[in-house]
Design a protein around this ligand. Structure first.
Ligand SMILES: [Zn+2]
Length: 232
């Protein structure tokens, strides 16, 4: 109670802004204002049968993926791009956790949570991790794991080489760029398990494909994928 009063009191003088639209947050709102919470472009793909989920096609013929899930639609210059930028470059790892909690609760409500045994985030190279201070995929994984609920592990996958930026590369170049840089550090953790592999954004899927391939090679029974956002 005292803590709530103090938070409200401080908010009078230092109002926090919504990370999507920059309006001031009011009491009871965290990270996102009520309007943005209601109006964000949710995919709701978890409510569709797998065959009708347009994201499933991204991995057809490449990787057997059970559920391909993404919370939001990524539109360039839109609110979701702004949110991801805050998460990645503005130190807002709490936002990643909050989005993970919200999405995990929705997946659980849709009856998906018993399917998953372990949540595994796509790792950053340790140099990039040191520079940024946190891995945005870890934050999302932690949030998801809290409300699914399900164990998660940031130590399962390891990035062995430093890749160059993916943004200006073709699909084939991206695949080549990431294909050999991931390994499973603890194969026993994934053996016989249904692993939910998570990242911040799904674009070509090359990074997720490379991670998924090593998880299956290490003995994972099934693989599913969840991201905060997906580019159409
Ligand atoms: Zn807002």
């Amino acid at each position: 109670m005292l803590r709530t009063c103090l938070t409200d009191f401080l908010a009078l003088f230092f109002p926090q802004a919504c990370l999507a639209c920059q309006d001031s947050l009011v009491a009871g709102e965290q990270h996102l204002c009520t309007t943005c919470r209601a109006e964000l472009p949710y995919t709701n793909y978890h409510l569709l049968p797998a065959a009708q989920n347009p994201l499933s096609r991204r991995f057809w013929g490449k990787l057997p993926v059970e559920h391909t899930l993404s919370y939001l639609r990524f539109l360039r210059h839109g609110q979701v791009q702004h949110l991801l930028h805050q998460l990645k470059y503005q130190g807002q790892q709490e936002l990643g956790k909050a989005l993970g909690q919200l999405y995990g609760a929705e997946l659980a409500e849709a009856g998906l949570s018993p399917a998953f045994d372990l949540v595994v985030p796509v790792p950053l190279h340790r140099r990039k991790l040191a520079r940024r201070g946190y891995n945005q995929a870890d934050a999302f994984a932690e949030g998801l794991a809290a409300t699914l609920p399900c164990p998660w592990s940031a130590a399962t996958l390891r990035r062995t080489e430093h890749t160059t930026s993916q943004t200006r590369k073709s699909r084939a170049e991206r695949w080549h760029n990431v294909a050999t840089v991931f390994e499973v550090a603890h194969p026993l953790e994934v053996a016989g398990r249904h692993v939910l592999l998570v990242d911040d954004v799904l674009t070509t899927g090359a990074t997720l494909e490379a991670c998924g391939a090593v998880l299956l090679a290490a003995g994972a029974r099934q693989l599913s994928i969840a991201t905060i956002a997906c580019a159409e």
